[in-house]
Design a protein around this ligand. Sequence first.
Ligand SMILES: C[S@@+](CC[C@H](N)C(=O)[O-])C[C@H]1O[C@@H](n2cnc3c(N)ncnc32)[C@H](O)[C@@H]1O
Length: 420
Amino acid sequence: MAQLDEIIREEIRRAGPLTFARYMELALYHPTLGYYAGGGVGREPVGWTGDFFTSGDVSPLWGWAIARQLHQMWELMDRPARFDVVEPGAGRGLLAASVWRYAVALDADWAAALRYTLLDRAPAEAPLRVARQRRLAEELARIPAPVDGVRWLGSLAEVTGRRERAVSGCVVSNELVDALPVHVVEKRDGALAEIYVALAQDGERLVERLGALSLERVAGYLDRYKIPWRGYHDGWRAEVCLAAEDWMGEVAAALGRGFVLTIDYGDTARRLYTRDRRRGTLTGYARHQLSERPLADPGAQDITAHVNFTALARAGRAGGLRVAGLTTQAAMLTALGVREEAEALAARLFPHAESERHTDRGQAEYLRRAALRNAVATLLNPHGLGGFRALIQRRDVAGPGRALSGLARANEPGELLWRL
Ligand SMILES: C[S@@+](CC[C@H](N)C(=O)[O-])C[C@H]1O[C@@H](n2cnc3c(N)ncnc32)[C@H](O)[C@@H]1O
């Protein structure tokens, strides 16, 4: 079977240099060899044994907090008989398991209303997806969640059957948008040029090449978000994610009533595309190490870029969604009570942590309680996961955005709802 780098070389020989977005599309999403299809070997890329971890790996309390927010969204919608949770880029299904655990334990009415759909771009028969589905099914059976508690599909279009407004509930994603393909632009001689992926003289090695802007939409992007790039230095680079705008357009078309909760690293456009961020935010990840060589080993490393949340807000607005709020993950989880829940859990699970420090049992509980508290601190770390942004949009739900529990702290100093 051809290797992914050979397939990429072949496409360049045939069609000429690729935009970085096309390269990223192949590197991450080639149906059999792409990184998110298992890299041709069915390898799980996410988690402690993979290349990077996500909030759900740090503690199930993350999923508990998001579940609490989803539950309250259902209440704000007047507890409808059907509440869809659609999760694009659901990965291993950690959130789905947490949501079901919460619903089964705490509210039978919500559990009866819940319809959970996980979306994964990897083809249904890809070994990685098959393994993920099997593991989640085992986990759900332990809860126990209803046998038809979740379904896995490939795209929003499959969820809606291409009918507009078919989803009623919440479209929730974590670290999806940072994995969408980006174009890369660079300021050269006062104008913008685009980075392409070409072949080196040896006809083998993948190298960057500067060329003309590939699309009108790429050319106008920074101006659309009022980025004063003309005043920046030559050599300044930025990623342009048209796929994020398109994705949010699709989400807006799919959502009839309810919310969109998008969690990721990134910022508002003006805070993302600053003069000082000279080389953009494009990054590779392999085995928990950062890589600045996105052209190395296509299919074997993750490639990601920070998310322009202004673009998501605008694309949603164009599709009829209103912004309920933009906050940080730390502020959202804190407002949802993650600390209090951790302490309640610690008191339940480790009752001897204080009273029996002089025994082995007390020592062990003391250490496990410390690990639990550390996990919460990791989720809330403003320089790490806590600094992630959480955007909530809505359609056709009465009441102010701040009625959402997760946004209760969004207006506090340091947690301003930035102008989008
Ligand atoms: C970084 S991972 C997400 C990890 C996961 N949400 C978690 O918290 O562990 C990004 C995932 O998004 C998926 N993806 C990318 N584009 C997608 C799309 N348009 N629809 C659904 N899934 C998509 C990729 O296949 C990949 O599995």
